[in-house]
Design a binder for this molecule. Structure first.
Ligand code: DGL
Length: 274
């Protein structure tokens, strides 16, 4: 049994994965974290499988070199398009966001009908639909590409975002899915507009967030690994979080707290060579 605190590597295309880190810090404070945001190459949501897989594998190798003992692929697009490729390339256990989110949504849906919203690439991959089908649940997937820029603009409580959400959700809860009882947030940015989504979704709908479900899955995996049980003195220390960004460190420090809800201090610039 290891006496060290576990070191968890968290990967995302940029800032959005900080919503997953937030859930991890709340549930697993006795670990240290390395967060990699590929801010120079975002968004991933409009890119091809080949490109996303290449970027994600590079990031996974980087985090392994920094001694991450487990990888959390916080980016829904990277999970949906490349989880198999990342898992094959990594030497440490890898957890994505799609399976935990789908399992939680399936458990929450009495009607066995779920609406999933995500980026263009996530929706085109049908990764969520396949994962939900395995739980006997029908899914209607809807791409909502305007949400990421609106959230990055900080318009989380803006009338334009509410208008856009109204249009998207009207289209999503249609075509036989008017009675779907769960809305699954299949993108890192969407937890930030949950209040608007609650307002504009049909009133009977429950919102399920992949970030919380993923933190639970990571907690479960940690308990099964030998690195999971540091002594009491180690457990009591506050988590140490080191951030790596491929674009401006200053921008990461400025935008990061909006997603994490905490100050973002120790940010290092990384230049991944092509
Ligand atoms: N992190 C991405 C996701 O969860 C959203 C941002 C992007 O497109 O890069 O799908």
């Amino acid at each position: 049994m290891s006496t060290r605190r576990p070191c968890i590597g968290v990967f995302d295309s940029g800032f959005g994965g900080l919503t997953v880190l937030k859930a991890l810090l709340k549930l697993i404070p006795h670990a240290d974290y390395l967060y990699f945001g590929d801010t120079a190459r975002l968004p991933y949501g409009s890119k091809s499988v080949e490109t996303v897989a290449k970027y994600a594998v590079e990031a996974a190798h980087f985090l392994e070199q920094k001694q991450a003992q487990m990888l959390v692929i916080a980016c829904n697009t990277a999970t949906a398009l490349a989880l198999d490729r990342i898992t094959a390339a990594a030497k440490v256990p890898v957890v994505g966001v799609v399976e935990p989110g789908a399992e939680r949504a399936a458990a929450s849906s009495a009607k066995k009908k779920v609406v999933v919203i995500g980026t263009e690439a996530t929706v085109s991959s049908h990764a969520y639909r396949k994962a939900l089908q395995a739980w006997g649940v029908q899914a209607h997937e809807k791409a909502c590409p305007l949400f990421v820029p609106l959230v990055e603009e900080g318009w989380n409580e803006h009338r334009v975002t509410e208008e856009v959400a109204t249009i998207y959700l009207k289209e999503a809860f249609a075509e036989g899915f008017e009675d779907a009882d769960v809305l699954l947030l299949g993108c890192t940015h969407y937890p930030l507009i949950k209040p608007i989504l609650h307002r504009v979704a049909p009133p009977h709908v429950k919102i399920v967030d992949s970030a919380d479900a993923t933190a639970d899955a990571v907690g479960g995996l940690l308990r099964r690994l030998p690195l999971a049980d540091p002594p009491e003195a180690e457990r009591r220390k506050l988590p140490r979080v080191t951030f790596f960004a491929t674009d401006s460190v200053e921008k990461f420090r400025r935008l990061g707290p909006k997603f994490l809800g905490l100050p973002v201090e120790d940010v290092q610039h990384v230049d991944l060579k092509e």
